[in-house]
Structures are given as structure tokens and as C-alpha cells.
Design a binder for this molecule. Structure first.
Ligand code: IPD
Length: 292
């Protein structure tokens, strides 16, 4: 029920605050302790592990029958189940965190039937707590003052039926070869290339280093789109419901697929869309991606 979801929401907000405290109090020396997972761009710090352990213990204590899927404890081949599942990215934007760039967040969600129904994304460095419950809207709470705003903050301006007028967030991920890498470099280039030369020439692109926050910034109205080729469920799960509840849309990379799923490694084109015609922007993104 809505009341049950509200209870989960309140618990995740409380846990996010505790995780934020751990991030804010992180010792400076941790910079040297950051180790690489798969390559030198794929980092993990002791704080990612510490936060995930704390999150798992807290949610499983209250909801022992639910499943848990976390970035740091994920085993290859594990699939998101239909049953209620907590999805956790303890620190989204680990590289930013390890450098002291204040654009990183804890990202927590609950899924039912493989769809996000509660999402919490918290950046303690800015005091920005983004939250959403299915059918109850999404909100930004400033933890420094307690002020609470319904999203989107900025009213969605008149139809923007072209990428030409969009500020687009893109991310580079942590792979530097393979099909995802080729797709990213190709699309990023086309986003900045004139139409006559095969591109789509948007306003400009931004790369903030946290997919979860990119979703929230689109939900807030600061960015028009977020596009990333190849993401994991914990990168997008909480941001997805926050964006949807703010009136945005999430689309997969398969042209024509307006109903993407959270399973596996996905591609997303995300658009803050209040007007039907804004779907044209997603169509443009699909067009520059070509057949993959
Ligand atoms: C990463 C960040 C990054 C995105 C990657 C993610 P992590 O998450 O969101 O911006 O490009 O795809 O995996 O590893 O810092 O939790």
C-alpha cells in the first residue's frame, strides 16, 4: 500500500542521512587507499564498502524477507527478481568522491516486479536529498535548512522539440574499449556535430560523474536530457522513479522502446518531458545512435 511505501521511504531517507555522515567524515588519507576494481577508472574506496554494509544491515533488519542488490556485493549473473528488492549504490560518483569533487551521492531504491517504486538520492556535500514514491511525486529537501520543494523546480518551458535547445548530460563510464565505449564516443561527438555533418548539435554537453545525480538534475529541470550508453541497475534505479514522478521519461536504446526494463546492462535516453512532442528529442537520440 501507499502507507507501506511511505515507511520504506522514511527508512531509506534515514539510512541515506547516516551514509551521508560517513561520506562527510571520510578521512583525507582515504585517497591513497582507493583501489581499482576492473581498471584504473573503476574505483572503490573503503567507504563504498562500509556504506553498503551499513545499508544492507539496516534494511534487512527491518525487511528480512526482501532481496538486496548492491554494487559492491553484486555477483555476476545475479538477476533482479520480481520480489521486493532493495537496490543500493553506496557512493555513485566514486571517482568524484575520491578526488573531493562534491558531486556524488548515495542512491537507494526499492523495486517491485522489477520496477522502482521508491527512490532516494542524497548528496551530503550539497545537502540535497532527492526522494520519490510511486504516484506521490518527487521532492528535493535541503537538509541544511529543511526546506522541501516539489520537482520539477523550474517550470518546463514551452515545447522544446529539438535536441538543438537541450543541455545534455552524458557520462563516460569506466570502460575504455568495447561496444559501449564505441557507442559513447560516437554519440558524444554527434551531440556536438552539426546536423549537416550527421550530428544533432545540442546546446552543449555536461559530464558530472554521477548518473544518479544526472537523473535528479533532469527531474529538477537544470538539465534537459541525460544519455549514457551502458549503465548498471544501481546507477539508475532511484533516479528513474525520481525523474518519472517529476514528469520525465526514461527510454531504452532500442529504437521504439518506450518501456525499458531495469534488467541487465542498459542504455538510456532520458528527457524531461511534459509535452508529448518532446518525445521527438528521444527520437533524435535514437537516430544519431544508428543501428547497434
Ligand atoms: C558510475 C557513475 C558514472 C557513470 C558510470 C557509473 P559509480 O557509478 O555514475 O558517472 O558513468 O556508468 O557506474 O561506479 O561511481 O558508482
Amino acid at each position: 500500500t501507499q502507507e507501506d511505501l511511505r515507511k520504506v521511504h522514511d527508512l531509506l531517507v534515514e539510512i541515506a542521512r547516516a551514509a551521508g555522515k560517513i561520506m562527510l567524515e571520510a578521512e583525507h588519507e582515504f585517497l591513497v587507499a582507493a583501489s581499482t576494481k576492473n581498471n584504473t577508472s573503476d574505483l572503490v574506496t573503503q567507504y563504498d564498502k562500509q556504506v553498503e554494509k551499513m545499508v544492507e544491515e539496516c534494511v534487512m533488519e527491518t525487511y528480512p524477507t526482501f532481496a538486496f542488490l548492491g554494487e559492491e556485493t553484486f555477483k555476476h549473473g545475479t538477476k533482479l527478481a520480481d520480489s521486493p528488492t532493495f537496490v543500493c549504490d553506496p557512493i555513485d560518483g566514486t571517482l568524484n568522491f575520491s578526488k573531493g569533487v562534491p558531486n556524488c551521492a548515495i542512491s537507494l531504491a526499492l523495486t517491485l516486479d522489477k520496477k522502482p517504486v521508491v527512490g532516494v538520492v542524497y548528496n551530503p556535500f550539497r545537502g540535497d536529498m532527492y526522494t520519490a514514491i510511486k504516484n506521490q511525486g518527487s521532492y528535493l529537501t535541503k537538509t541544511t535548512t529543511g526546506a522541501r520543494f516539489k520537482l520539477p523546480l523550474q517550470p518546463v518551458s514551452a515545447p522544446m522539440p529539438s535536441l538543438r535547445t537541450c543541455l545534455v548530460a552524458v557520462e563516460w563510464g569506466n570502460q575504455r574499449k568495447g561496444p559501449n565505449w564505441e557507442l559513447r564516443t560516437d554519440v558524444h561527438k554527434k551531440l556536438l556535430t552539426d546536423k549537416e555533418e550527421g550530428g544533432a548539435f545540442c546546446n552543449s554537453v555536461r559530464s558530472n560523474g554521477s548518473a544518479a545525480l544526472d537523473f535528479c538534475y533532469v527531474a529538477q529541470g537544470m538539465l534537459d536530457c541525460f544519455w549514457e550508453g551502458g549503465v548498471w541497475v544501481w546507477d539508475v534505479c532511484a533516479g528513474w522513479i525520481i525523474l518519472e514522478e517529476a514528469g520525465g521519461i526514461v527510454a531504452s536504446a532500442n529504437p521504439g522502446d518506450w518501456e525499458p526494463t531495469l534488467e541487465g546492462r542498459l542504455y538510456f535516453a532520458v528527457r524531461h518531458a511534459k509535452h508529448e512532442e518532446q518525445k521527438a528529442v528521444v527520437e533524435e537520440l535514437w537516430a544519431i545512435m544508428g543501428d547497434r
